[in-house]
Design a protein around this ligand. Structure first.
Ligand code: NAI
Length: 328
């Protein structure tokens, strides 16, 4: 019998937490043969609701679920953690400036990064979902100097999945026929979903679509603004699809990308594609044996270059702002 994998989820009592925990416990995060122990981190006001969710998890009698701990102490939550899903974050409220938002999130992700540094297992893998995800990941990573930087990642998989779905709808292809799509840059409105290297049923996606106006005026804004469109329609933010993307991100990282395909992950840049080293930016990556690698050698055309640069510039501004606040 395998030793259970310790999975820590922050913001466990939130919307995404509720959609996420049941799928982790049923084996979708790591595999149908991998037992898990859950650690739920909440703020004191969220503990009671987290206990309610834990009662429901118990009531599912998941064969793979070997325990649930609930705490408001990061040092306890990350003790021995193998996988950490950092979902809880401070949302932007009315009248809040970007600096205030970054500072409030620094107060969450800096101590969590330190707790990961001091207590997590050697093989810890971190996914930051809470927004602003890329910069929150940068803050946590900077607070964890003893953990290899590449273990800190930010979620752009929801954007990746949204882009696949939009491209499938436009071309009439099945989602499973779409490969090699890339999200570049920041998980924000400046993100760039790139179809120039993607394929639809083996054919180049940009050639299949053959409509640059659709790309610029429909596809890119639809993907980038999908979160707002869902709030408008549902009256609540996208929680189930975000949880699904978090599951996909970690599952792919641990279990690998399919031969001939790649995925998108926000990861510390090594300087590839002109993205300054250390910025946590989304790239096309392949995963194998629990590690990821940036897909190299892609030809970046002018259309893509302008958009990647704009998103990277925004990431640099966020980095400079948190540096100015002493958060990194
Ligand atoms: P929510 O507000 O329903 O839940 C957040 C939970 O985090 C709350 O229960 C809160 O008590 C908890 N929390 C706050 N500070 C905490 C701390 N310091 N430690 C532990 N828990 C803490 O929000 P929801 O809908 O679950 O979304 C969570 C985050 O995910 C938001 O920042 C949202 O913007 C982000 N998000 C990111 C996406 C992405 O693609 N990267 C997609 C969708 C959402």
């Amino acid at each position: 019998t395998r030793t259970p994998v310790n999975v820590t989820v922050t913001g466990a009592a939130g919307q995404i937490g509720y959609a996420l925990l049941f799928r982790i416990a049923s084996g979708h995060l790591l595999g149908a043969d991998v037992p898990v122990k859950l650690r739920l981190l909440e703020i004191p006001q969220g503990l009671k609701a987290a206990e309610g969710t834990a009662m429901e998890l118990d009531d599912c009698a998941f064969p793979l679920l070997r325990g649930i701990d609930i705490t408001d102490d990061p040092n306890v939550a990350f003790d021995g953690a193998n996988v950490a899903l950092l979902v809880g974050a401070r949302p932007r409220t009315k009248g809040m400036e970007r600096g205030d938002l970054l500072e409030a999130n620094g107060g969450i992700f800096k101590p969590q990064g330190k707790a990961i540094n001091d207590h997590a297992a050697d093989d810890i893998r971190v996914l930051v979902v809470g927004n602003p995800a890329n910069t929150n990941a940068l803050i946590a990573q900077a607070a964890a100097p003893d953990v290899p930087a590449e273990r800190f990642t930010a979620m752009t998989r929801l954007d990746h999945n949204r882009a696949i779905s939009q491209l499938a709808a436009r071309t009439g292809a099945a989602v499973s026929d779409i490969k090699r799509l890339t999200i570049w840059g920041n998980h924000s409105a400046t993100q760039y979903p790139d179809i120039f290297h993607a394929t639809v049923g083996g054919r180049n996606a940009a050639e299949v679509v053959d409509d640059e106006k659709w790309l610029a005026d429909e596809f890119i804004p639809t993907v980038a603004k999908r979160g707002a469109a869902i709030i408008e329609a549902r009256g609540a933010s996208s929680a189930a699809s975000a949880a699904n993307a978090a599951i996909d991100h970690v599952h792919t990282w641990v279990n690998g990308t399919a031969e001939g395909d790649w995925t998108s992950m926000g990861i510390p840049s090594d300087g590839s594609y002109g993205v300054p080293e250390g910025l946590i930016s989304s790239f096309p990556v392949t995963c194998k044996d629990g590690a990821y690698e940036i897909v190299q050698g892609l030809d970046i055309n002018e259309f893509s270059r302008t958009r990647i640069d704009a998103s990277v510039k925004e990431l640099e501004e966020e980095r400079d702002a948190v540096r100015g606040l002493g958060l990194i």
